[in-house]
Every structure is written in C-alpha cells, then in structure tokens.
Design a protein around this ligand. Sequence first.
Ligand code: MRU
Length: 375
Amino acid sequence: MNAGNSSGIWRSIWHEPETGHVRIIDQTRLPHSLETRALKTLADACAAIRDMRVRGAPLIGVTAAFGVYLALRENPASLPSAIDQLRATRPTAVNLCWALARAQRALAGTQESGIAGRALRFAVELAAADAACCAAIGEHGGGVLRGIWQQKNRPDEPLRVLTHCNAGALATVEWGTALAVIHKAAASGIPLHVWVDETRPRNQGAALTCWELRRAGIDHSLIVDSAAGHAMASGLVDVCVTGSDRVSAAGDVCNKIGTYPVALAASDNALPFYVALPVSTIDFDWPSMATPIPIEERDAAEVSQATGIDVNKSETRIRQYPEQTPIRNFAFDITPARLVTGIITEHGVFEANQNSLVALAGDDHRGRVSRMVKP
Ligand code: MRU
C-alpha cells in the first residue's frame, strides 16, 4: 500500500500503474479503520468527493483532476460533461474549480487518441505540485511558529497551537497546510502541544487531525468546539492556525464551520490567528465577503446521527435527536480579514488584505512577494 511516504507523512491519493485505477485513503473509515479504495470511473470520483471519502480543499481539486482522467479513459470525448459533473460535487472549496479549469487548459487541442494519457500526466503533476506546495507552506509557517516560540521565551513550556477541522495530509496530497506548519515546527525542534477542536458535526478534528498527530508523535489534546474560547481565555493557547477552503481577494477566510468563533476568541484574547493555504485557495474573482459565495449545507443526518464503535467493536450508527427536529447543517463560515493575523502560503506569509494578496494574483506570481508579514 502506498498510503505513506518515507518521511512518515501520508499520501492521500495516488495512481496505481498496475491497474490504471486511482487509489484513495477512505476518510469516512477513519479513525477506526485505515482502508483504501479504488476509483475506477468518473462516477467513483464524483461520489468520493460528494460523500467525503476524500475531502479538504486541495485534495478535492486533485481528486477532480484524477476524475477527469478516469472519465476520458472511459470515453475520450467526455471532457465537457466530466467537468460539469465534477464541478457539481461540492460547492465551497475553490480548488475544485481551479483544478478543473487548469485541466481544461492543459487538455485543450489534445487528440482523442492521447487525451486520457495527457489527463493522467496532468493529474499526477498536480498531485506532485500540491505536495511540494504544502511542504513550502510548512517551511514558511514553521518560521512563524519559531518566531512566536522565541518571543514567548518559556523553555519550560511547549508552544501551544490550536487548530480547527483537518488541514493535514488527509486534506491535501501530503503534509497538509495548517498541519504542515505544525510538522515542520516540530521537526525543527520546537516542543509543541496542539489543541484540536472536535469540529462538529463530521468531527474532522477528532477523527482525522488527532489520527494524523498521533501517527506523527506530536503531543495533542482533543477539545469540544465550544471549549476553544475557554482554552484561550485561560492562557492555554499561544497561537491558532487553520486551513481554508476559499480566501477572498481582500483576505476574508472561508473555512470549516466554527472557524469564525475561533478567530473571534483569538482576537478577544490578543492571540495570533494564522491561516495556511496554497495560492490556489485564493479566489481572486471573490472580491470580499460582502459578495456572497456558495456555503454548502449538508444532510441533517450529519447533525442528528453519530457513527461509532460499540462494545463489540462493531461500527454502529445511532440517532441522537428526534427525526422531527428541524436542523440546518451549515458546513462553512467566513472569518473577516480583520481577524486574520497572516496568510501563510507557499510563497511566504502575507497580510490579509488586497494590497498584500494582489502580489499572488495570476499564474506567474513568483518573485512578486514584496508585501509579506514580518514573522
Ligand atoms: O468539509 P471538508 O472536510 O472538506 O472541509 C475541510 C476544511 O474546511 C479544511 O479546513 C480546509 O479545506 C483546509 S484543508 C487543507
């Protein structure tokens, strides 16, 4: 199984040359069971994204690119319909549309006889680029944590980092975004304790982030989402770091539901709140949070029901609330730029405002990094 690499950082998706299929870690089975699953068709790829067997903004984008390959392998003339079906799987993470637009550009003018092979090469390259990108995010963010650690000047106490949802290797191809920052800081010798928000209702913090941190040997504690403010007000947190699904050109951060209250509590307690993401997560067509974006609302059963292991170690699903209870299951919220201390990207750390982020606009943004935050 290829669900890992030499550095111990997990790879969440890969192509299997022996079968031609794409293989994923099935995240709906974690933390109780580590299982992989083959994606053989476009329908498999769409279902994997929609049912959140793969999730996290960058991984959704890479899975969509592999989905294009699977579609063209079945029918070399199916590009437009494949793009439409993949685009409809989940609405909020902009990396999905970003990856599909790039795939479309890469395949423009390709003969049908070679189009599936070209699509596969594109997806493999996109996956490799995502892994490299996340490693770079980790290096820049590790530098931020080092600065905070030095300023704190308490060698007797670890640096205490609070994170929300899962922005780890499971949400990307390797490393993660917020967790890349944590991995690189840990690897550089900074003692860490990570507070992990449970992240109701799908519990990506409890189920996925804790699983990743345990495997990496990084000290952590799970807390319920509503405890984050208390932990900060009690002096137990030094810095918050999260990922994002879409950032506006003005630096507003759309991320998993519950991120906004974390940022509010951080601001009220004068704690830094950083967001780590690849530039592909910045939507330069979204001017600011004054313009609405699609915020996914998921099935009420995610709130009213829970899955776990019973005393016989069998997986069980239970209903916690009566079926008649009216439920709204908002999957994301938006944190205003004013609450964001800095945006950690593969090109450095930027202020959460338009003047700073504009340096990253367009495909060729390397070298235009003049408005970086001083870590
Ligand atoms: O609904 P999910 O699990 O796909 O949401 C994931 C998040 O909100 C992550 O924090 C975000 O995608 C950043 S992942 C690098």
